[in-house]
Design a protein. Structure first.
Length: 290
């Protein structure tokens, strides 16, 4: 792991994205309805969902390139990937009371080869050949809609019938589709230079790839179920020091979003006014990626 190339600056960032006639993040505990806060009806998109989009983009953009594999995906078991690290480093496998140095070497191998571990971290302490627990430098909060969203569950028909028995009795089948007409969501995130330098080696090249992935995370993920999803704004706050020059909440408050006075039910990004206070604390640079 080349920690000499790790980022030297702390970053905070804000993402604004919207959905039109789609389900941005279904809840399996609620028949896959769009996730909402039950008390306020504000929409929710989990950090896990957003990280999945980022992983998918990186896998497409960097397919086959060394150092840009994705650990968290449904290709094979995680434990087999941890064992692969031991094989590559010729470390003893399936031993009780693992040598801490061996675990550290395997962990560094995983960080070097898997972008998502280098970025988000991972729990890799399972199986016979553990690679420890990595706390990643990039963290995301849940995204939350700016206004309440109204879930709709509509009935749809399918003309192709599933079974021979049903085909003799009917010519179509019924189904359900859940969506929100419109929602503008805000997510906030953090990039720790200290964790990059001390733990994973997350580099400037990794950082640029992260911004590209966020800006394009819905572009190769379109589907009828998700509707029209777009990243509308990505604002980055770059600190001049690894530990940061201002608290993140003060920087996040620099971005204000208000619904226009004559709009009762927002149906597009044009129904909002987005303002960015460009006066920054000393040592902080504002970068509007979008």
């Amino acid at each position: 792991m080349n920690k000499m190339n790790a980022i030297q600056n702390k970053y905070d960032f804000v993402i604004l994205f919207d959905v039109e006639n789609g389900n941005p993040n279904g809840d399996p505990d609620a028949a896959n309805m769009p996730r909402t806060d039950p008390e306020t009806s504000y929409g929710i998109v989990t950090d896990v969902c957003l990280k999945r989009k980022i992983r998918n983009y990186v896998e497409l953009a960097k397919e086959g390139e060394a150092g840009y594999n994705i650990l968290i995906k449904a290709d094979r078991s995680l434990n087999s990937k941890f064992t692969e690290a031991y094989d590559a480093l010729q470390l003893p496998k399936k031993q009780k009371g693992k040598n801490a140095d061996d675990v550290k070497k395997a962990q560094e191998y995983i960080c070097d080869n898997y972008f998502d571990v280098r970025t988000f971290g991972a729990v890799m302490s399972t199986g016979d050949d553990p690679c420890g627990i990595v706390r990643g430098p990039v963290q995301l909060n849940f995204a939350k809609s700016l206004d309440p969203v109204y879930n709709q569950d509509i009935t749809i028909t399918r003309q192709a019938v599933t079974t021979e028995k049903d085909f003799k009795e009917k010519k179509s089948e019924m189904g359900k589709k859940s969506f929100v007409s419109y929602g503008l969501y805000r997510a906030e995130g953090y990039v720790s230079a200290m964790l990059a330098q001390k733990v994973t080696g997350f580099s400037e090249a990794d950082l640029e790839l992260l911004w590209d992935a966020i800006k394009n995370m819905f572009e190769n993920d379109h589907s009828a179920a998700r509707g029209k999803m777009c990243v509308r704004k990505l604002v980055v706050f770059k600190h001049s020091s690894p530990l940061g020059n201002a608290p993140s909440h003060i920087l996040f408050d620099k971005i204000k979003i208000h619904r226009k006075d004559d709009v009762e039910f927002p149906r597009s990004i044009d129904d909002y006014i987005i303002s960015v206070d460009t006066s920054m604390p000393e040592g902080v640079e504002l970068i509007e990626e979008i």
